[in-house]
Design a protein around this ligand. Structure first.
Ligand code: NAD
Ligand code: GLY
Length: 352
């Protein structure tokens, strides 16, 4: 078991432990005075873990409610958000009550945003059940829903009261969803910690989940403590994401987020070296580690198509776009370029 303290506008503990789900009630009781706890989850996670969490909350004396919505990104929208807010109001949930977000990043982002805006903010606890949610989305307070115009366009920075990560729940994840989370895990090694990158090469992450999740959370904790609202250093977490989002968009979202981010890291590393922005080419080592965890490393989309998509991303700011490039393996830096410079950079990254 590991406890990691996050120091942000609200300070909280990330508890990482096998079997922690059965202690969800006690964990929520420690951090809130709520009488009612509202479990927000998707249909798949509800069938697997909903009753266990509800039972644990009831054992601590909470009045419990449960809001379940269809799994998948398509649910992370204003309609489901409105339905959830109406559900809270109809059931007389008050400002001192609490939401428990049980699921992957979709559940955490949507439930967290509902917690941020319901009666101007009520407590919420993140209980992540995907690898991506354990290592990334449950920590740091970014909450959002998607708009028709793009992903995560309506949201708030709103920190949870606690994060309870029971990595035994990852045993039921489909392999492809686990691999998706591994792309983010590899990102932490490639962008911030060479030793961790080496660890992932020489150990099976699935056999070392507590160590792996804890290291990722520590890295994210340090970044969030420095730049909670994403004005600078937090942007480093987007290594691989500018091109990753472009690949996802070009594929009509048939390429998964993790696969796309992995490919984005490889292309950007190669491009940075070939454009003389870095002295070392990390692309081959990153590609080998992605392959080790069953992730793809190349795309057939053209530089032109990827560039167009990348420039429509919300990471662009006016006539400039900030890229994340690895100076060396384990150390990324931010590099801002004019938008006109992006196409030749991507072209270099795609060349054989
Ligand atoms: P997800 O929440 O859609 O979960 C993926 C699938 O796995 C779903 O079908 C879900 O029902 C299922 N699932 C979840 N837990 C399971 C379990 N233990 N066993 C079996 N099936 C399970 O996807 P995700 O990859 O967890 O999250 C992606 C979302 O996270 C995106 O919307 C993205 O924008 C967001 N995100 C947010 C942040 C942030 O900082 N807030 C960071 C990264 C990503
Ligand atoms: N996942 C990127 C961030 O939390 O900033």
């Amino acid at each position: 078991m590991q406890n990691i303290e996050v120091q942000a506008s609200r300070c909280y503990t990330v508890r990482i432990a096998a079997g922690a789900l059965s202690r969800a009630g006690a964990c929520v009781r420690e951090v809130t005075k709520a009488e009612t706890a509202v479990v927000v989850t998707d249909d798949i996670v509800n069938a697997l873990y909903g009753d266990r969490v509800m039972g644990s909350l009831q054992a601590e004396g909470f009045r419990t409610l449960r809001f379940v919505f269809p799994n998948g990104e398509a649910s992370k929208n204003l309609t489901v958000l409105r339905d959830l807010l109406e559900f809270l109001a109809e059931n007389h949930v008050t400002r001192s009550d609490c939401i428990v977000a049980l699921g992957g990043g979709v559940v955490g982002d949507l439930a967290g945003f509902a917690a941020a805006v319901y009666q101007r903010g009520i407590d919420f606890v993140q209980v992540p059940t995907t690898l991506l949610a354990c290592v990334d989305s449950s920590v740091g307070g970014k909450t959002a829903v998607d708009l028709t115009a793009g992903k995560n366009l309506a949201g708030a920075f709103y920190q949870p009261k606690a994060v309870l990560c029971d990595y035994e729940t990852l045993a039921t994840l489909p392999d492809a969803v686990f691999a998706d989370g591994m792309a983010e895990v590899i990102k932490y090694g490639a962008a911030f910690d060479r030793d961790f990158f080496d660890f992932l090469q020489s150990h099976d992450a699935r056999e070392n989940l507590e160590t792996v999740i804890a290291r990722c959370v520590e890295i994210k904790r340090d970044i969030v403590a420095e730049d909670e609202t994403d004005r600078g250093r937090r942007g480093l977490l987007n290594f691989g994401h500018t091109l990753g989002h472009a690949i996802e968009g070009c594929s009509g979202f048939s390429v998964s987020h993790g696969s796309a981010v992995g490919i984005g890291m490889v292309i950007m590393s190669r491009a940075a070296y070939r454009c003389g922005l870095t002295k070392t080419d990390c692309s081959e080592e990153i590609a080998a580690l992605l392959r080790q965890y069953g992730l793809p490393t190349a795309t057939d989309f053209s530089a032109q198509d990827l560039c167009e998509k990348a420039l429509s991303d919300k990471k662009r700011s006016g006539s400039h776009i900030t890229l994340v490039i690895p100076e060396t393996l384990g150390h990324c830096v931010l590099h801002t370029v004019e938008t006109a410079a992006l196409l030749p950079i991507i072209q270099k990254g795609l060349e054989a």
